[in-house]
Write a protein that binds this ligand. Structure first.
Ligand code: AMP
Ligand code: MG
Length: 410
């Protein structure tokens, strides 16, 4: 059996960013991945600006105590270009307005007394006081968002703040997905004896869509070798990854394994994890005419186990980072928290357990009582997974490694 870390590193070493980029409006680029660095064409702020309503002065004019009364030589609202500040005068200035050349400090209006066309300065500012220097936030020519960044709302705002109307992004990762199992029924259809609903279709499609993939859903493929091979061949043509669910165990009703072996290549992994364990990784050949220098001759294949919690957990731990690397991201590891276990789990498992737990009001972790890989309730109840190493029992009060769903579901 492979350890979780061995399986993950083997899987991720096979992934590299897909070919194909496009330029799209910044307003439409939410969640897309940058294929090129965004370089600022300007300084931000683009000029020295006042961060207070008050008066712009030359600090050298205030060296003597007697001379603190200055004539007001100009008025500068935000958005207007100032004249240079005449020596021995002050300029009335407002927040966000350009500091006039020659001025080296702003005195806030609460520390002044205005009378007619003159102002008395009641404070001795240090040079630079209440001035935001040109380029203090961003320097022209600097990289503000590196290639590989997935665009959050705040990243879009940052790009817009330097005037970027369009962004270079990688195309979306195209994923084909299908499900195997003659017992699977779609909600809305009557449930025959022995049948179950195809819940994984909903979970996996939601997970893929959250990652920003273009998903083609082939639905339920009958548990037959020929049907499985035909679907694989078709799906291989226009996709980067084929994801299946179910049928990767070794039962004789499991046709995914021989089908992928016939249409490409496959490694069957037994991973020492719970839930999870079987995971299939390989590739399906593309038809020759579809292949050119820019396109790979193969489409990746990942087969997930059918048990709902197993497929959910193996998706989060393996498929998610794999897809994000294809999408062009550079950092894909979820960040974990160290939290206190507020429960005891006496029995150590020889596998790496990923326990569904949630954060309680005291900031510790409660464990969902039923950790069976068929119990989907645990994934909705929980806030994340405790990554419990093999052969390790958990005592209350102990610090454990917790990976929140907030890290794994985006
Ligand atoms: P398998 O991996 O095909 O041996 O399936 C393992 C278990 O997961 C069986 O109980 C299946 O009925 C169940 N299962 C397989 N596929 C799905 C699915 N798409 N939705 C819900 N349960 C499934
Ligand atoms: Mg099956």
């Amino acid at each position: 059996m492979l350890s979780t870390a061995e399986a993950l590193s083997t899987l991720l070493s096979a992934a590299s960013p897909i070919n194909g980029t496009e330029s799209i409006p910044t307003l439409d680029a939410l969640n897309r991945v940058l294929s090129a660095d965004v370089i600022s064409p300007l300084d931000v702020p683009p000029m020295n600006t006042s961060s207070m309503d008050g008066y712009a002065i030359r600090t050298e004019d205030l060296t003597t105590d007697s001379n603190r009364r200055l004539p007001v030589s100009q008025r500068i609202p935000a958005g207007h270009a100032p004249e240079p500040l005449k020596p021995g005068t002050a300029a009335r200035i407002f927040t966000g307005a350009t500091v006039p050349p020659g001025a080296d400090a702003i005195v806030m209006q609460e520390q002044t007394e205005a009378a007619g066309n003159e102002v008395t300065i009641l404070h001795s500012p240090a040079p630079g006081e209440w001035i935001t220097a040109q380029g203090a936030d961003i320097r022209s020519g600097s990289i503000i968002l590196p290639a590989g960044t997935r665009l959050t709302p705040q990243a879009l705002g940052l790009a817009a703040s330097v005037g970027c109307a369009e962004l270079q992004v990688r195309r979306r990762v195209k994923v084909a997905v299908f499900f195997t199992g003659d017992e699977l029924t779609m909600p809305g259809e009557p449930l025959k004896p022995g049948a179950i609903y195809n819940s994984n279709r909903f979970t996996l499609r939601g997970l893929l869509e959250k990652l920003g993939c273009d998903v083609t859903d082939y639905g339920i493929v009958p548990d037959r070798l020929d049907a499985t091979r035909t679907t694989l061949r078709e799906a291989a043509q226009a996709h980067d990854l084929i994801l299946t669910c179910g049928g990767v165990s070794v039962g004789e009703e499991d046709h995914v394994k021989p089908a992928v072996e016939a249409e490409g290549r496959l490694s069957m992994w037994q991973i020492a994890m719970k839930p999870g364990k079987p995971l299939a990784f390989g590739a399906v050949r593309r038809a020759a005419q579809q292949t050119d220098a820019a396109t790979s001759a193969e489409t990746f294949f990942i087969g997930l186990p059918g048990n709902p919690v197993s497929s959910f957990a193996t998706f989060l731990l393996f498929v998610r980072p794999f897809v994000l690397l294809l999408a062009g991201m550079r950092t894909v590891a979820p960040r974990a928290l160290s939290l206190r276990a507020d429960f005891t789990q006496k029995k150590a498992d020889r596998r790496n357990e990923f326990l569904r737990a949630r954060i309680n009001a005291a900031g510790g972790l409660d464990l969902f009582p039923n950790q069976s890989s068929a119990v989907l309730t645990s994934t909705v109840w929980g806030d994340g997974l405790i990554d419990n190493p093999p052969n390790h029992a958990i005592s209350a009060g102990e610090t454990v490694r917790f990976i929140p769903f907030s890290e794994l579901l985006n």
